[in-house]
Ligand binder design. Structure first.
Ligand code: 8OZ
Length: 359
């Protein structure tokens, strides 16, 4: 019987088990938003997971929206990520980088030359950005020109190429959680009247161009995608999420990607708070490997994999607090609890100091 410890190939990426580390923002990048030795140690500690998906990593300076998030657009950042991929590979693991552009979820304080953040449409999100000088209200972003959108697909491809140079096994296009690509997909944030807005076909166009661009550059077997059809994070919604995402997934099939990483509900929210969505219908449409995410424990994860509902399961908080989660699952051992105070700031405390099981 297939269990969480069964190997699997996701496109070109061979996993030794089906326990995937979910992408987790940790805000520990160093100078120039480059990963440091500490970041390499953190990922290296977690390399017994079948696949690590890195924290979201901006593809260009305009793609940043939080302090100390490690990018994948400068020489310094590529060199920093090389330390991370080496640490994971030396320990026998696999690692893919999540490519990110925050779109409107930023602030002039975090943008080059204090510019406005960019988005499909000039619609201000509710809420506040975390800047280097405290929380500040989000601003009304600048709507991208059509020609800039075409260029951005190439920026994703360049970042994917940088990721290959840095030694990653693959990339995950972050098209969820209310960031730039999701802002194009969903009706509440996309009021464009050109070929990138209006119908679901038009709202999905940018994402499909990005996938085309990154797959041409590094090969489809190294490309995955994150979707989160009903998250409410970052003030986003859709008039018809079922229709929008069934269309998207049907179109994505033609790329034969390494995987679809599907976040159910809103990240970190318990299941009884998820907005309604028929995930079985999406699964019936999708032809490739599926990673399911959000709130799984050993038993619920093992059930999804045994029944064939998922090919692998992503764990966020559990792998954050338990670097040796795979071994703990094998032994049925107790789990460390996450230190919620130190999720998004600090250095080694609450980051690289979670205890391993005694040998
Ligand atoms: C939590 C805090 C900041 C960013 C996401 C990249 O949800 C994030 C994120 C999560 O995708």
């Amino acid at each position: 019987m297939t269990d969480l410890f069964s190997p699997i190939k996701l496109g070109d990426i061979a996993l030794s088990n089906r326990i995937v580390m979910s992408s987790l923002t940790r805000n520990r990048a160093g100078a120039g938003n480059a990963p440091t030795d500490l970041v390499a140690e953190y990922y290296g500690q977690r390399s017994s997971a079948g696949l690590i998906l890195t924290e979201a990593s901006p593809i260009c300076p305009e793609g940043h929206g939080y302090p100390r998030t490690p990018g994948i657009h400068s020489r310094e950042q590529i060199e920093g990520w090389k330390k991370v991929t080496k640490a994971v590979h030396d320990a026998g693991g696999k690692i893919a980088i999540q490519l990110w552009h925050v779109g409107r979820i930023s602030h002039p304080d975090l943008q080059p030359n204090g510019a406005l953040p960019v988005a499909p449409s000039a619609i201000r999100p509710e809420g506040q950005a975390i800047t280097y000088s405290g929380m500040k209200d989000y601003v009304t972003p600048r709507a991208l020109e059509t020609i800039e959108i075409k260029a951005l697909a190439g920026t994703y491809a360049k970042a994917a190429e940088n990721a290959m140079e840095a030694g990653f096994d693959g990339i995950e296009v972050h098209a969820g959680n209310g960031y730039l690509l999701d802002q194009f997909l969903r009706s509440s944030t996309n009021r464009r009247t050109d070929e990138y807005g209006g119908s679901r076909e038009n709202r999905a166009r940018f994402l499909l161009e990005v996938l085309d661009s990154v797959c041409s550059k590094i090969g489809n077997g190294k490309v995955g995608i994150r979707l989160s059809p009903v998250t409410v994070f970052n003030d986003i919604s859709d008039e018809d999420p079922q229709g929008t995402f069934e269309y998207v997934v049907n179109e994505i099939n033609r790329f034969d990607l390494a995987f679809l990483d599907l976040l159910q509900g809103t990240g970190g929210a318990p299941q009884d708070q998820w907005l309604p969505f028929d995930y079985d219908r999406l699964r019936a449409i999708y032809k490739g490997n599926l990673i399911l995410n959000n709130g799984y424990d050993y038993d619920s994860a093992a059930r999804e994999v045994a029944s064939g509902k998922a090919d692998a399961i992503a764990f966020g908080r559990l792998l954050l607090a338990n670097p040796d989660l795979v071994e703990r699952f094998r032994r049925g051992a107790s789990l460390n609890a996450p230190d919620y105070e130190r999720l998004y700031s600090g250095e080694e405390k609450g980051y690289t100091d979670y205890p391993f099981l005694a040998a």
